[in-house]
Design a protein around this ligand. Structure first.
Ligand SMILES: C[C@H](O)[C@@H](O)CC(=O)C(=O)O
Ligand SMILES: [Mg+2]
Length: 443
């Protein structure tokens, strides 16, 4: 263990917004004009070491997340790293269970997104103090230490600490082989960047051709528009990628349950590998019905607000694919619980990463899944979107459609100071320029 034990002296929080809406990047049937944004926080310490974290948002909502991060920072300031990591489950309970803030959730919405930024920043600080990337820090923890990071309250009817330990201990003897495999050939991935909702047919064709030449084999298309149009766009993608590659579609919660069933059945002629977010993310029984009444695998999770919801999706046999998100729930610790539950229920984890920083984050969690939990790459693909990586000091490395694991200490989430100065809202140089009027955010 490292001897570095920095004390957190302050939390600096920024409202960061990128003008992606100008080019329809990130657009879907529901979020038609997203400006990829983040409440970004920097944990300052007495040693000079910093911990960086963010929670992903879309444009105008960022302001609320920034305020929530500032409020919750009281659970970090004045503490040493080991004060927090010695009993992380207890600290997470404190962070999410404050007797006044809890009323805003509990464990959902803005306050939970804010908790994610801070929890992830602590993992960044911890990993930097250890001189390891987060995935390696997790790989080197003992099963008992991993279990000690998890708050099992509300999920013991699906996964007890003893069952989690059993999964981890079962995988421990072979974890070195899987680490070696990951270091050599990385994590399989898919691209969503070919098929945003606002892209023209020609653009979709060109992007498919480019992605094929880069070695991609799994592609996702946004649907949820006019039915005939969705099918036509789907066939355009199929014409370009052929029928041997995998195609997934994402409706981003557009439909009622009955409508989702009809539309999924229609789209099934595209030979879908999964249908994503066909209806409200809160509708567990709705997802189950869609799954039962179509012959298509159902994926959801990017808007699944807590481990309790994931527990029910798994218990109800409502999903085929578990899409964790690094910031929707309270960061690494809650995601460890979800990944272990998915392993117990035999459901593959294919993380969501459509946003800023989410690709950088989630590679560490998928590595944890492979090393410790699901212990398989079968039917697992990590989402990749090809945007905004240039702002990160250690952006993801993709080779032939696979994430190659980072070697730099930390959580890969630090953004260049120049980018912070340019895109901080509303005072950054971009937001003060006339161009800014062409994006969705300032309206
Ligand atoms: C608004 C986001 O871009 C969303 O469309 C991302 C998403 O659903 C995905 O990546 O999946
Ligand atoms: Mg999605």
């Amino acid at each position: 263990m490292s001897t570095l034990n920095p004390r957190i002296t302050a939390v600096r929080t920024l409202d960061l917004r990128f003008p992606t809406s100008r080019f329809h990047i990130g657009s879907d049937a529901v979020n038609k004009d997203p400006d990829y944004s983040a409440a970004y926080c920097i944990l300052e310490t007495d040693t000079g070491l910093e911990g960086h974290g963010l929670t992903f948002t879309l444009g105008r909502g960022t302001e609320l997340c920034v305020m929530a991060v500032n409020y919750l920072s009281r659970f970090l300031v004045g503490r040493t790293l080991s004060d927090i990591t010695a009993n992380m489950a207890a600290w997470v309970q404190e962070l999410t269970g404050d007797t006044q803030f809890r009323w805003l959730g509990p464990e959902k919405g803005v306050i939970h997104l804010a908790a994610a930024a801070l929890v992830n920043a602590v993992w960044d600080l911890w990993a930097r103090a250890e001189g390891k990337p987060v995935w390696r820090l997790l790989a080197d923890l003992s099963p008992e230490q991993i279990v000690a990071c998890i708050d099992f309250r509300y999920i013991t009817d699906a996964l007890t600490p003893e069952e989690a330990l059993e999964i981890l201990r079962r995988n421990e003897p072979t974890k070195r082989d899987r680490i070696a495999q990951l270091l050599q050939s990385g994590l399989p991935a898919y691209t969503t960047s070919v098929g945003w909702f606002g892209f023209s047919d020609d653009k979709i064709r060109n992007l498919c051709q480019q992605a094929l030449s880069e070695g991609w084999t799994h592609f996702k298309l946004k649907v949820g528009g006019d039915a005939a149009d969705d099918l036509r766009r789907g066939h355009i993608v199929r014409e370009e990628i052929g029928w041997d590659h995998k195609l997934m579609v994402d409706a981003n919660q557009k439909w009622d349950v009955g409508q989702a069933i009809d539309r999924t059945r229609q789209l099934a002629e595209l030979d879908l590998w999964w249908m994503e977010e066909p209806t409200s993310p809160d509708d567990i029984l709705g997802h189950r019905r869609i799954r039962q009444e179509t012959n298509v695998r159902i994926a959801t999770g990017e808007h699944c607000q807590s481990k309790v919801m994931f527990k029910q999706l798994l218990q109800a046999e409502a999903i085929d694919v578990c899409q964790i998100d690094s910031c929707r729930v309270a960061g690494v610790n809650e995601n460890l619980a979800i990944i272990l539950m998915a392993a117990k229920f035999g459901i593959p984890v294919c993380p969501h990463a459509g946003g800023v920083g989410l690709c950088e984050y989630v590679q560490h969690l998928s590595a944890f899944d492979f090393i410790w939990a699901g212990a398989s790459l079968q039917d697992r693909v990590v989402e990749y979107v090809d945007h905004l990586h240039e702002h990160f000091l250690t952006p993801v490395q993709i080779q032939r459609g696979r994430y190659m694991l980072p070697q730099t200490a930390g959580f890969s989430i630090e953004i260049y100071p120049e980018s912070l100065r340019e895109y901080e809202f509303p005072s950054g140089t971009y937001w003060l320029s006339p161009e800014a009027q062409q994006t969705a955010t300032p309206k």
